[in-house]
Design a protein around this ligand. Structure first.
Ligand SMILES: NC(=O)c1ccc[n+]([C@@H]2O[C@H](COP(=O)([O-])OP(=O)(O)OC[C@H]3O[C@@H](n4cnc5c(N)ncnc54)[C@H](OP(=O)(O)O)[C@@H]3O)[C@@H](O)[C@H]2O)c1
Length: 276
């Protein structure tokens, strides 16, 4: 699959939007389609070294405005606190009909729309970090200004690097509490499981091989078999066997309730942050 996009400006290309860009380039996007901006000259120089048209706002005060002129798609990859200033800066240079996609956590489409002309369409996206290895899960929500075409164009940035789920904007915090924060839940589970394996007398290397190898294998089996997780679990759980005893202990921990409470805590924090 080779991806084609209209002329695209990435304003701020750090870890998150940089991973999105890497996915697009890996999917065959022509580097000529893209112009990127950063704050520092050293970051811009690093992007130029890989053949991209890159400009730094520190050394070229017009860098962001020039990047968005003629761009049908603009991706904002700056930190949430910088979104307002960047939008104020580029508002007069955005093309009518352009689609602005922000990956900033917690900045609503209505807050962005208030700073730019009505003709510009705004979409919010919430990728998670595995997008950097081509297996992201991205939640996407169009603002009041965004039509289906704008949402589809925004989705095409992320679906080359994993799955995209479109949700109403008021569900983005909940989505974030599942797939956005989710990689941390999985890493915690792996950490604790490795610790438990070490306490049985295995070396850290052996524990890593057993736990991470099992996680990889189980996920692959889940994906390739097309079966439900409960069915695969029952297949390793012989009646009156050892796994049955172990699973009974895990079920005492009421994992569904624990995960639900974790998600509720993340959602409550997102609400607090949106009021700051
Ligand atoms: N990291 C995550 O897990 C995650 C997940 C979902 C969403 N997000 C969102 O992704 C966004 C970026 O986070 P990040 O972790 O990728 O940040 P980051 O690595 O610090 O990247 C920010 C980028 O913006 C550039 N920049 C800053 N001010 C600029 C300006 N005035 N004009 C042009 N470029 C400017 C920086 O340039 P320099 O390189 O020169 O500093 C850098 O390239 C945030 O809004 C965050 O909410 C992050």
């Amino acid at each position: 699959m080779t991806i084609e996009l209209p002329r695209t400006a990435l304003v701020g290309v750090g870890s998150m939007s940089g991973a999105v860009l890497d996915g697009l380039l890996a999917a065959g996007l022509s580097p000529d389609t893209v112009v990127v901006t950063t704050k520092s000259e050293s970051s811009a120089a690093a992007h130029r070294e890989r053949g991209l048209d890159a400009h730094a706002s520190d050394t070229d005060a017009d860098a962001n405005r020039a990047a968005v002129r003629g761009a049908a798609l603009v991706v904002l990859g700056v930190k949430p606190f910088a979104i307002g200033d960047v939008l104020d800066e580029i508002a007069g240079d955005l093309e009518p009909g352009a689609v602005v996609v922000s990956v900033a956590v917690g900045v609503t489409t209505s807050a962005m729309e208030a700073r730019i002309p009505d003709t510009v369409r705004v979409v919010r996206a919430l990728p998670n970090t595995p997008i950097g290895v081509g297996h992201g899960v991205t939640g996407i929500s169009g603002g009041a200004s965004a039509d289906a075409e704008a949402v589809a164009l925004a989705s095409s940035l992320f679906d080359v690097s994993g799955s995209v789920i479109e949700v109403p904007e008021d569900e983005l915090d909940a989505l974030s509490a599942v797939s956005g924060s989710g990689p941390a839940y999985v890493f915690l589970f792996v950490e604790e499981w490795q610790r438990a394996a070490e306490s049985l007398g295995f070396t850290p290397e052996q524990a890593e091989t057993m736990v991470q190898g099992t996680v990889r294998g189980a996920v692959e089996l889940l994906e390739r078999s097309g079966k439900e997780p409960s069915e695969l679990r029952r297949a390793v759980t012989s009646p009156k066997g050892t796994t049955e005893r172990a699973v009974a202990v895990l079920q005492e921990a009421d994992l569904a309730d624990t995960l639900r409470r974790a998600a509720d805590a993340a959602i409550a924090r997102a609400e607090e942050l949106s009021k700051l």
